[in-house]
Structure formats: C-alpha cells, structure tokens
Design a protein around this ligand. Structure first.
Ligand code: BGC
Length: 398
C-alpha cells in the first residue's frame, strides 16, 4: 500500500472508529511522525491495514434496481474472495446518502481498498477525503468519481465509444449516407445527468448523428435533442416510458412514423419499448438501441422488439479491477505494465488523458464495448460463455 501524508486527528478518528465499528483487534498502525504543529501534525502512514492475514476490500455499488450492478457486485465479490480477500459489499439503492453511509461504514471497518461505482459522481468529495485521511486507496468503478483528487484509478469501458456504436448503428441501419432526399424521424433518450458516463454516451451518439440532423436527413419531431432535455433521472425505466409516451401522444398523432429511438442503455430502452408497444400507431418496426445486454432486453432482442444493445463484458471489467486492486494492495503503482503482466486475453487500454474529473486526470483502464444484434448474439454472448439459453429459449447471464 502506498504511503500517504494524513492529518493526525483524522487518523486517530479513523482508528477509533474502526475499533468501534469492526471490533477487530490487532490493527496496529505503523506511523512515523513527520512534522509538528499540535493540531495539524501530519503522519506518514505506511502499510496501515495489513496485519491480520486477510485484507479487506470495500465494494460500493450504486443500485439494487438495475440488473448490471447486481452482476458487477457479485462478480467483484466472488473474484476478490477467491483471491483470498475479505469483502464488504453494499448497494446504495440509487440514493446518495445511502452510498455515503455505506462508504463511511467501510472506512470505519478499516478496509484496505475501496471500489466505488458512484450514484452521483460529484457527491462523494467529502467522504473521499475521509478515505484519503485513512490512507485507503480508491478505484472508481465504471462511473467516474468527480471533483476529488483522491481517486487513484478508474476502470471502465470506452464510454464515448458506446455512444458512437449506437449512433453508427442507426446511421448504417437507415443507410443515411445514401438517403437521397429522404428524411427519417428519430427521438433520443439519454441517461442520468448525475452519472458522468451518461454525457459520454450522449456525446458519442450525438457526434455521429449531428451531420444528418444538420442536413435534415434526420429529424426530431419533439424538438428534444439536448442532453438535459433527453436525460432520464436514475436511468429509470418508468420515467423513460412516461416521457416517451408523452412524446408519442404529442408528436406522433395518427400514423406518423418514427424510424428510430436511440436509447442510451437497456433500462431506458425497456421503458421506451413499452411506450412504443402501447402508444405507437405508425405501423413500422422502430429501431431501438440499448446498452448492457440485460436479460429482459435480450428477450426483446430475440423477439424483435429491441434492435441492438451494446455489450460490456462486466466479468472482464471485474477481472481488471481485481488485478489492479491486488497490485495496489501489494504496494505497487501500476500503469500500462499491469496490462502486459496480467495477459487478460481481451482488449484493455491504459489511458492517462481522457478522464479529467475536475481535479485530476484519473489514470484509466478502458475496455472495448461490442454491438449485439439478433445476428451475432450467439457468437458474441453464448459461444463466449457469457450467457446461456434457459429452457424457455431466453438468454441468462452466466
Ligand atoms: C453504466 C451503464 C448502465 C447505467 C445505468 C452507467 O454508468 O455504465 O452500463 O446502463 O449506468 O445503470
């Protein structure tokens, strides 16, 4: 574990809180006094947590409501446990205060590493400072922790690429390059504005469709195109359905046609699909995009109600997180070398430029997303072992 300079008072508070919370004795701290004023004395704390054999990993997931975070949490927990670590895992129910309480509990339990997928990337500044004061390294998982210098690494997918894949899919499916004088109606459903990823997805998608909007090859009858107007709080299926039903009722009266509904992820795609099933009278098959390969969306994909999803292999994301976590806890400062040393067997890039969190540029390990359609679902999801068919012929994540 790396050495950090921390205020004495914060350190003592963390130690006594840890003793109260966890009741685990024997956590002797190896401290060296390093300078002096009474209240602001600083200590260099080294190897603060490794004394009782097992190191503890705190995993703070944002939600219990969305399928992917349950899978992330389960993968992370089983992989760290199999590697010999103790795990404390919490899901925050999409509530910021819940997550802050979860992380405070982990700090008090004297964890050796925090892995955090934030509900709101900007709401953890204070608690991250507390983690820093307790010398706990932090991995920002999938969603970027913003507005704090105390974020050691970021593990995610290339989030902008997720959006470009969605935009390119619509561009190619409608063959916009050869549209002649034809124009197509589309509507956009973006993600949660407090999730840093949502804007990357939106920007990636928008950059692809913008030239066609300018030319009039694509038209948005609702006029709702900017990020905030199209955003969906908490990535909620119900809110997406409600908004989209409103759009269909207001702008697609009669049998006016909608060609594509670009949705940032599967939970919003589910709501939009329901709205289209119940309220759309245009008669054509609407192209619907998504992300995550959630089981219910894969059912819709097989049944022809959703056209594509972007798959992000969560198990690979957790494999990178495990390798990184192990390296950090064994005192290394990994960089590009982690990828070579780990021989992951899937694409992973080390990026030190793209993810500025408002305070620092967070060194990132980024994986590659893949487009899934009815045509390649077996090859990409089943043959690779990520999913299997159940008795009803639907796909279940392994
Ligand atoms: C994740 C997506 C997910 C969304 C809602 C984003 O931060 O990257 O995979 O669909 O959150 O949970």
């Amino acid at each position: 574990m790396k050495n950090r300079r921390i205020p004495l008072i914060a350190m003592l508070a963390a130690i006594s809180a840890a003793a109260v919370f966890s009741g685990c004795g024997g956590n002797e701290k190896n401290m060296t006094a390093a300078g002096a004023s009474k209240e602001e004395e600083e200590l260099v704390v080294s190897d603060t947590h490794s004394d009782d054999g097992k190191e503890i990993v705190g995993i703070a997931m944002p939600s219990v409501n969305l399928e992917r975070w349950n899978r992330d949490g389960a993968f992370l927990q089983s992989q760290f446990e199999a590697a010999g670590y103790e795990v404390i895992k919490e899901h925050a129910d999409d509530l910021i205060d819940d997550q802050i309480a979860d992380i405070r509990g982990m700090i008090a339990a004297n964890v050796d590493l925090l892995i955090i997928a934030p509900v709101d990337g900007s709401s953890l500044t204070k608690v991250l400072k507390e983690a820093e004061a307790a010398a706990i390294p932090v991995i920002s998982y999938d969603r970027l922790l913003r507005d704090s210098p105390y974020v050691d690494y970021y593990v995610s997918f290339d989030n902008y690429r997720v959006g470009t894949l969605q935009g390119e899919f619509i561009r190619d499916a409608l063959d916009l390059e050869h549209a002649g004088g034809e124009s197509y109606n589309i509507e956009i459903t973006a993600g949660d504005p407090v999730d840093n990823n949502a804007r990357y997805f939106y920007n990636g998608m928008y950059d692809v469709i913008a030239p066609y909007l300018e030319k009039g090859t694509l038209v948005v009858p609702s006029g709702q195109t900017d990020f905030y107007t199209t955003a969906t709080s908490s990535w909620s299926t119900d809110l997406a359905e409600e908004r989209f039903s409103g759009i269909l009722n207001s702008y697609y009266a009669g049998n006016k046609q909608l060609s594509a509904a670009i949705c940032s992820n599967d939970s919003t795609a589910l709501g939009v699909t329901r709205a289209i099933t119940d309220n759309y009278r245009g008669g054509n098959e609407v192209l619907i995009t998504g992300q995550d390969a959630d089981e219910e969306n894969l059912k819709n994909l097989l049944d022809g109600r959703q056209t594509m999803t972007v798959y992000k292999a969560l198990s690979n994301e957790t494999v990178v997180t495990l390798a990184l976590g192990k390296a950090i806890m064994s005192g290394q400062t990994p960089g590009e070398d982690l990828i070579e040393a780990s021989d992951f067997g899937f694409a992973c890039a080390y990026d030190t430029e793209s993810y500025d969190n408002g305070e620092i540029t967070v060194p990132s390990y980024l994986l590659e997303p893949v487009v899934i359609t009815k045509d390649n679902v077996d090859e990409e999801l089943v043959d690779t072992g990520y999913y299997s068919y159940d008795e009803q012929g639907y796909l279940r994540a392994n």
